[in-house]
Ligand binder design. Structure first.
Ligand code: FES
Length: 78
């Protein structure tokens, strides 16, 4: 699958409340790691992520992970 532009070469750790989130797949959002609508000039769409219980998440911002939307360490190879 095609991957987005590198937004940051590091993940961001966040304490997430249960809910639905939209992870930016294109890499253009100014509100990383979440979608801000910037993908409209691309053929990317954001990924819907449901968080069921309060937990810590390491969100991928390099967009090269093989386990989206989560960091898998790929940023270390960029
Ligand atoms: S801004 Fe990147 S997927 Fe929406």
């Amino acid at each position: 699958m095609k991957k987005g532009k590198i937004a940051e070469k590091s993940p961001v750790m966040m304490e997430m409340e249960p809910g639905t989130y939209w992870w930016c797949r294109c890499g253009l959002s100014k509100n990383q790691p979440f979608c801000d609508g910037s993908h409209k000039v691309t053929d990317f769409t954001p990924m819907e992520v449901k968080i069921d219980t309060k937990r810590t998440v390491f969100w991928c911002r390099c967009k090269q992970t093989d386990n989206p939307p989560f960091c898998d360490g790929t940023h270390k190879t960029l």
